[in-house]
Design a protein around this ligand. Structure first.
Ligand code: PLP
Length: 379
C-alpha cells in the first residue's frame, strides 16, 4: 500500500458491532466480562481502548513500523522512551533540541541518574567521540527547531548499531510523509501528534513507533504502567487529521518553498533556513533522507535590531503569533523571546537563535496571500 492509501485505510475496519465506517469514539473506561477473564480483548482503557488502538495501528503503518503507542502529549511519549533506561546509562542528544525535550532530560531524568550529552549532530564525529560503554541511547531531532539543521539519520543508525545503542528520532517536523526514520535504521520514532499529524491545532498528543518485538513489549509495559495515555476523543481527532496528512504536506511544501525563495531575495532578510535551499549546509543529506522539505521556514533580518523583528511579527496578519506549529493555518514565532527565552542570550546565539530570528510554520493557505502578508510586514 502506498502512503496516501495507508493514511486512510491502515488499521481502520468498519466497526464490527454496528458497521459504522468511521472509527467510533469508544468513550468508556471498562468492558463487560462474561465470567472472569472472558472478554473481547478489552479490559480497561488505560491498557487498551479500541479508538486509541485504531490510531496506534495506523501510525505504526504510516511510519513503516510494526507497533504504535499513543500518549497524552509528545513529552509523555519521550518520557516513555527515557523510562526504558537505567540509572548510570548515558544519552547523546543534539544540542539544538526542542526546549521541552531538553527540560525533561535535564530536570526530570538527570535526577534519576541518567547522564545527558548535548553535541552538534550536523557532524557525526561529534557523536562518536562521546560514545562509551554506558551509552544506551542516541536522541535525534531532524530538521531541528528553529534553525532547521539536518542530521544524517543513516550515518547515526550505522554508528548506533556498531555500538549496540538505541537510536530514537523525533520526526515531528518532517512527518512520516517526508521521512521514515525506521527505514533509515532508527529503532524508535517519536512524534508530537499535536503538530502535523493532528494538523488542525485542536489536540495535544504524542506517539511512538517501533519495529522490534522486545522494544514493543517494553514500550507497552511503560505506557500501561505509567499511564500517560490519550483519550478516545483525541485519538479520533488525530485519526481524522492523518487522513489528509499527504494532501496537507504537499501544500505545506509548495508554500514553504515559495516563501523561502521570496525571503531569500528580499533585501531586508539576512539568512533563510529551509532544508530545500541549495545554500542549506546539509541540503544533500536532506535530499537523500526526505521526500520534500516541509513547511517550516526560519529567517533573520539584516542588522541586529530586536525591535524590528518584533514589529514585523506584529504586523503580519495571516501568520498568527503563537507557539506550536504544523496546523493548516500559518503561525509565526519569535524564538528569542518565546520558546528560547529561558536560554541565556550568549548560549542561544551559538545555535543561531539571534534576536532577529523569526520562525514561520507555513500553513496551507493560498501561496500568493501568504507572500503578500510577508511583503507588507517587511515593507
Ligand atoms: C511540540 C514538540 C514536542 C513536544 O510535544 P507536545 O505534544 O507539546 O508535548 C517535541 N518535539 C518537537 C520537535 C515538538 O515540536
Amino acid at each position: 500500500m502506498k502512503f496516501g492509501t495507508k493514511v486512510i485505510h491502515a488499521g481502520l475496519e468498519p466497526d464490527s458491532a454496528t458497521g459504522a465506517i468511521m472509527t467510533p469514539i469508544y468513550q468508556t473506561s471498562t468492558y463487560i466480562q462474561d465470567g472472569v477473564g472472558n472478554h473481547k480483548g478489552y479490559e480497561y482503557s488505560r491498557t487498551l481502548n479500541p479508538t486509541r488502538n485504531a490510531l496506534e495501528i495506523n501510525v505504526a503503518a504510516i511510519e513503516n513500523g510494526k507497533y504504535g503507542a499513543a500518549f497524552g502529549s509528545g513529552l509523555a511519549a519521550i518520557d516513555c522512551v527515557l523510562k526504558m533506561l537505567n540509572p548510570g546509562d548515558e544519552v547523546i542528544s543534539t544540542n539544538d533540541l526542542y526546549g521541552g525535550t531538553y527540560r525533561i532530560f535535564k530536570t526530570i531524568f538527570e535526577k534519576y541518574g541518567i547522564v545527558f550529552h548535548f553535541v552538534p549532530m550536523g557532524e557525526v564525529e561529534n557523536v562518536s567521540k562521546k560514545i562509551n560503554d554506558k551509552t544506551k541511547l542516541i536522541w535525534v531531532e531532524t530538521p531541528t527547531n528553529p534553525t532547521l539543521q539536518i542530521i544524517d539519520i543513516k550515518a547515526l543508525a550505522k554508528l548506533a548499531k556498531e555500538n549496540n545503542i538505541l537510536l530514537a528520532v523525533d520526526n515531528t517536523f518532517a512527518t512520516p510523509y517526508l521521512q521514515n526514520p525506521l527505514d533509515l535504521g532508527a529503532d524508535i520514532v517519536m512524534h508530537s501528534a499535536t503538530k502535523y499529524l493532528g494538523g488542525h491545532s485542536d489536540v495535544v498528543m504524542g506517539v511512538l513507533v517501533v519495529k522490534d518485538d522486545d522494544l514493543a513489549t517494553e514500550m507497552y509495559r511503560i505506557q500501561n504502567s505509567s499511564g500517560a495515555v490519550c483519550g478516545p476523543m483525541d485519538s479520533f481527532l488525530v485519526l481524522r487529521g492523518i487522513k489528509t496528512l499527504h494532501l496537507r504536506m504537499k501544500q505545506h511544501c509548495i508554500n514553504g518553498k515559495a516563501i523561502a525563495e521570496f525571503l531569500q531575495s528580499h533585501p531586508k532578510v539576512d539568512k533563510v533556513y529551509w532544508p530545500g535551499l541549495t545554500t542549506h549546509k546539509n541540503h544533500d543529506i536532506a535530499k537523500e533522507q526526505m521526500k520534500d522539505f516541509g513547511g517550516m521556514v526560519s529567517f533573520t533580518l539584516a542588522g541586529d535590531r530586536l525591535e524590528e523583528a518584533l514589529e514585523i511579527v506584529k504586523k503580519l496578519k495571516l501568520f498568527t503569533l503563537a507557539e506550536s506549529l504544523g496546523g493548516v493555518e500559518s503561525l509565526v514565532g519569535h524564538p528569542a523571546t518565546m520558546t528560547h527565552a529561558a536560554i541565556p542570550k550568549e548560549e542561544r546565539e551559538k545555535s543561531g537563535v539571534v534576536d532577529t530570528l523569526i520562525r514561520l510554520s507555513v500553513g496551507v493557505e493560498d501561496t500568493e496571500d501568504l507572500i503578500e502578508d510577508l511583503k507588507n510586514a517587511l515593507a
